[in-house]
Design a protein around this ligand. Structure first.
Ligand code: SAH
Ligand code: SF4
Ligand code: F3S
Length: 445
């Protein structure tokens, strides 16, 4: 049987696309494999968000070229596919830099992979169109694996933050119709999925067409997904502060399946930098929004993204970011050094922050955020949480799952608990995971 190896970098949208590419190849008779050496098709689903992520692709491709040659010597054919956001941004340049690449395919065209692979036997192929036909209508039925799944509901971005490539690599904001989302969620539930994470670059800008054609917002979509039998947990990511409406806050108050966790990137705490970033909100507006969410869901776990060293960022600006982090308190966060991206306005600025300054700021911010994360983990010790059991644990006899606040927990329990929600008492907080004890149904009652 032919085999396909699909590796994904970057965000959850890419993880979703990678799974769907595996489905497309599966429908063509390729079995998924974790071993690149035995793959007849290798797909790298790439990310362009920071320079490091984009450059990693080329070192990986260098290794694949060698592998392709070795397999060829054994009479085996290997097709190398570059998909995702580097494919979209760089197109044919990729093959100019690495001729071993057979197919370059963008995030909106991968439903055409079988055709592109067939054509690549004649000559190298590039497809970075934003096709008129909706890729979602052409994808095969999803193969479900596990208790938790991502579901893309919205793609693209119209916000053009000054540092960001996403509006260029993913195109304009598009929402899938409600019926399409619900049909996919129903199939996931039938396949054993219990938790659905609705994803989009700006998922709370969702405005998909409802039954009568009128646009429906994310809050209403969440309520509809919550009515699907078998779906017991709903999450969404990534949301933008400016699209956060009262209806979504209300959903957090009223929909039990909507988990108390919110990833809401703020990037900086300094109003001057937020304005230069084109984020179109201030630090205080962000604080007030968090207050309103916490008013209805006091236990909500908060997460965010931060960029240090955006062009022109001073020590005083950076201090404002630290102040915001101290005031709000995050369960988890991602923080990055600013990386100038070709074609974005911020990359053109003359006041780039020197690398050592960025490194020092990043270390200081991450120390603060790590401290908050450990404190959050430690505060969980002794408490009981409902845990969705997702997979076998690290050690035999253990399983692993997540609390409503997205904390990872390991505990002793039989594998048949996978796919169920069980009460677990947290006994110990590690740095990356909690350890707990299953409470028997009788004891929990
Ligand atoms: N749509 C989301 C973010 C998508 S990109 C939002 O608006 O918040 C994910 C994260 O990557 C961003 O939140 C940002 O923190 C980071 N990022 C994006 N472009 C970057 C760049 N040029 N340099 C460093 N970090 C960047
Ligand atoms: Fe990038 Fe800004 Fe769009 Fe997020 S909102 S994807 S950071 S341009
Ligand atoms: Fe990266 Fe593209 Fe996602 S640039 S972060 S994979 S949208």
């Amino acid at each position: 049987m032919k085999k396909a190896y699909v590796k994904s970098y970057g965000c959850q949208m890419n993880a979703y696309d990678a799974a769907r590419m595996a489905d497309v190849l599966g429908a063509e008779g390729y079995a998924p494999t974790d071993s690149v050496e035995e793959a007849d098709v290798v797909v790298l689903n790439t990310c362009h968000i920071r320079e490091k992520a984009a450059e990693k692709v080329y070192s990986e491709l260098g290794r694949l070229r060698v592998l392709k040659g070795e397999r060829k010597a054994q009479g085996l054919d290997t097709r190398i596919v570059v998909a995702g956001c580097v494919a979209q941004a760089e197109g044919a340049e990729i093959q100019a830099r690495q001729p071993a690449v057979d197919v370059v395919v963008g995030p909106q065209s991968y439903h055409r992979l079988p055709d592109l692979l067939a054509r690549s036997r004649e000559r190298r192929v590039v497809d970075t169109e934003f096709p008129i036909d909706d890729k979602f209508d052409h994808l095969p039925r999803r193969r479900t694996v596990g208790a938790s799944a991502f579901l893309t509901v919205q793609e693209g971005c119209d916000k053009f933050c000054a540092f960001c490539v996403v509006p260029y690599t993913r195109g304009a904001e598009v929402s899938r119709p409600v019926a399409a989302v619900l049909a996919e969620a129903e199939r996931l539930a039938e396949g054993g999925v219990r938790e659905v994470t609705l994803i989009g670059q700006n998922v709370n800008a969702y405005h998909g067409a409802g039954a009568d054609g009128a646009p429906v917002g994310l809050a209403e979509l969440v309520r509809a997904v919550a009515r699907i039998p078998g779906i017991v947990r709903i999450r969404y990511t990534t949301s933008h502060p400016n699209d956060f409406d009262d209806a979504l806050i209300q959903a957090h108050a009223e929909v039990p399946a909507l988990m108390p966790y919110l990833h809401l990137p703020v990037q900086s705490g300094a109003d001057r930098i937020l304005a230069a970033m084109n984020r179109k909100h201030t630090g205080d507006q962000y604080r007030r929004l968090i207050e309103r969410v916490r008013a209805v869901r006091p236990d909500i776990a908060l997460s965010s993204d931060f960029i240090v060293g955006f062009p022109g960022e001073t020590d005083a600006d950076f201090a404002e970011t630290l102040r915001l982090v101290r005031e709000i308190g995050f369960e988890s966060a991602y923080s990055f050094k600013y990386s100038p991206r070709p074609g974005t306005p911020a990359a053109e600025r003359g006041d780039q922050v020197p690398e050592p300054v960025m490194a020092a700021r990043l270390a200081e911010l991450q120390a603060l955020l790590d401290g908050q994360r450990y404190a959050y983990q430690r505060a969980a010790a002794g408490r009981v949480f409902d845990v969705l059991v997702e997979k076998p644990g690290r050690h035999p006899g253990q399983v692993a799952g997540k609390t409503p606040h997205l904390l990872a927990v390991q505990f002793d329990a039989a594998a048949h608990h996978i796919g169920t929600v069980v009460p677990v008492r947290i006994t110990e907080a590690g740095t990356n995971s909690l350890f707990g004890q299953l409470i028997s149904a009788a004891a929990a009652a």
